[in-house]
Design a protein around this ligand. Structure first.
Ligand code: AMP
Ligand code: MG
Length: 481
């Protein structure tokens, strides 16, 4: 009965500045809610011969796998602009699982009890938000966007005190690493240059080995992280995803989406969309995601200054040149992504205007972001009378003209659009429906939804229900704790 764990833990070998050794707090009566068979397979793990009660013990942390060395990782973060020393206050890293001896994945329990970083928190998590992270992270993965993954969720059998008593849960999260911008901020705040060098080398070995022997590793790291985070945010903009809490502790150095708290997908197009109840000023609204990515990267750059050049002024100048380039890199990537959404090959000087005109029309007419691109791909959903609007028809004619100058066939255009535009996204009301049922011990709604989201770019049978936008314009999300 071997599961196939292959732990090779490197982060836990770093000095105590980086982490605290801590075990998950055992839970009373764990019960497995969901296990991600496909992800297990991809990780070369086989749970098929393990009984459910034993799986519940494993994924609650009551029995720890051989080879794990559990730690809570230290990090800091700018939360809504304010700097705080943080750390895993309700999570432990089990270790790094190797797949085929080459691919390294962090395996982490979230909701596993108090650590020295818990501050006033109870170290626990609630079933609803953990299942929400499971659903949305897996959907983001299926949408071909880099993300942490969800391997399992268990109920702990214990109640957690929030606004009322709620069922406790633990999520098993898998990530290419949990190194965040905030990890660098924590180490930089300690002002120990050796530790900072250690973190830079560790990160480069793990994520950017191509610059291992470069002359200015810190500067090259900044460049590469900017490239990855830029790609990530362009992907979010492509599918209408709003992360909701882009604090620097929630931005990975690997460029994976992490920490699914108040995130949600936008229905009708409005760049100012915010779902998070605590984001009163719209700091993390849909259209603010790119400038916030740049802001977070500037905080990352600040951490690296002592390593970029001995002369501080020169170091700041070099880092600033890179950060100043963010806008150009982002705009080019965004424009190319929007061209793909519209099936446009090559470049024409009027592309930006064509795209902006469509977005303005969508905003003015409260058109659904996902479904408008479906309409353009000839996938008609529900009542399409909106698209009889004269302005839309005029725009559509211009779009057709632009397509006709493509150096490619109409079929190729459609193919490109179909690879870029999802047919379904996890719409807020459908996610809520699945969570409500799961809270009442009915997992069918969630499992059906998860199966549809395996292939979000395909026109599948019985998906009409997932295509219609919510009628509720005032949907709000809450920081999942
Ligand atoms: P998050 O909002 O999940 O990104 O968490 C921000 C910080 O608060 C991190 O340091 C978490 O570990 C910590 N935290 C969140 N919830 C809890 C909790 N229930 N108990 C202890 N720490 C928590
Ligand atoms: Mg976080």
């Amino acid at each position: 009965m071997t599961i196939g764990w292959h732990f090779d833990n490197t982060y836990s070998k770093l000095s105590n500045t980086f982490k605290e050794e801590v075990k998950p707090t055992p839970v009373h009566n764990p019960e497995l809610v969901v296990l991600n068979d496909q992800l297990a397979k991809d990780l070369n793990l086989d749970f098929s011969k393990i009984e459910k009660k034993d799986l519940s013990q494993i994924f609650s942390g009551n029995t720890l796998p051989k080879g794990s060395t559990t730690i809570a990782q230290a990090y800091a973060g700018h939360q809504f602009g304010h700097f705080t020393m943080l750390g895993d206050g309700r999570a432990v890293l089990l270790g790094e699982h190797l797949v085929n001896n080459t691919n390294r994945y962090d395996v982490q329990f979230k909701g596993s009890g108090r650590t020295s970083f818990s501050r006033s928190g109870d170290g626990r998590a609630v079933l609803g938000p953990m299942l929400r992270e499971y659903i949305i992270s897996e959907a983001i993965h299926a949408l071909k966007i880099p993300t942490t993954r969800s391997l399992a969720v268990v109920k702990t059998g214990e109640k957690v005190v929030r606004e009322n008593l709620l069922p406790g849960a633990i999520l098993t999260r898998v990530a290419s690493s949990h190194i965040r911008v905030g990890t660098f901020q924590y180490i930089a705040a300690k002002q120990n240059i050796d530790d900072l060098n250690t973190l830079v080398d560790y990160t480069i070995n793990r994520h950017y080995p191509e610059i291992q022997s470069s002359k200015n590793k810190a500067l090259d790291l900044l460049n590469l992280v900017m490239e990855r985070q830029c790609k990530l945010v362009v992907n979010w903009m492509r599918v209408g995803f709003i992360h909701g809490v882009m604090n620097t502790d929630n931005m990975t150095i690997s460029g994976e989406t992490i920490d699914y708290g108040p995130c949600a997908f936008m229905d009708h197009y409005n760049p100012k969309t915010v779902f998070s109840s605590i984001d009163q000023l719209g700091r993390y609204s849909f259209s603010n995601q790119p400038p916030i990515t740049k802001w977070n990267l500037s905080r990352f750059a600040e951490c690296l200054i002592p390593l970029i050049d001995k002369n501080e002024d020169k170091a700041i100048q070099l880092a600033t040149e890179i950060i100043d380039n963010f806008q150009n890199i982002y705009e080019e990537k965004w424009l190319n992504m929007m061209r793909d959404k519209l099936g446009l090959f090559g470049k024409s000087k009027d592309d930006k205007k064509l795209i902006d005109d469509l977005l303005s029309w969508m905003e003015k007419n409260k058109a659904d972001y996902t479904n408008t691109f479906c309409y353009l791909m000839n996938i008609k959903i529900g009542n399409n009378s909106l698209y009889n609007d004269k302005d839309f028809i005029n725009w559509s004619n211009e779009w057709q003209n632009r397509i006709s100058i493509n150096d490619n066939s109409k079929e190729k255009s459609l193919e490109l659009m179909k690879e870029t535009n999802p047919v379904i996204i996890p719409r807020n009301h459908k996610v809520e429906e699945a969570l409500k049922a799961a809270n009442e011990d009915n997992l069918e709604v969630m499992n059906k939804m998860l199966s549809k989201f395996d292939n979000p770019y395909d026109e599948q049978k019985d998906i009409e229900d997932y295509q219609l936008p919510s009628l509720d314009d005032n949907y709000q999300t809450f920081c999942g704790t």
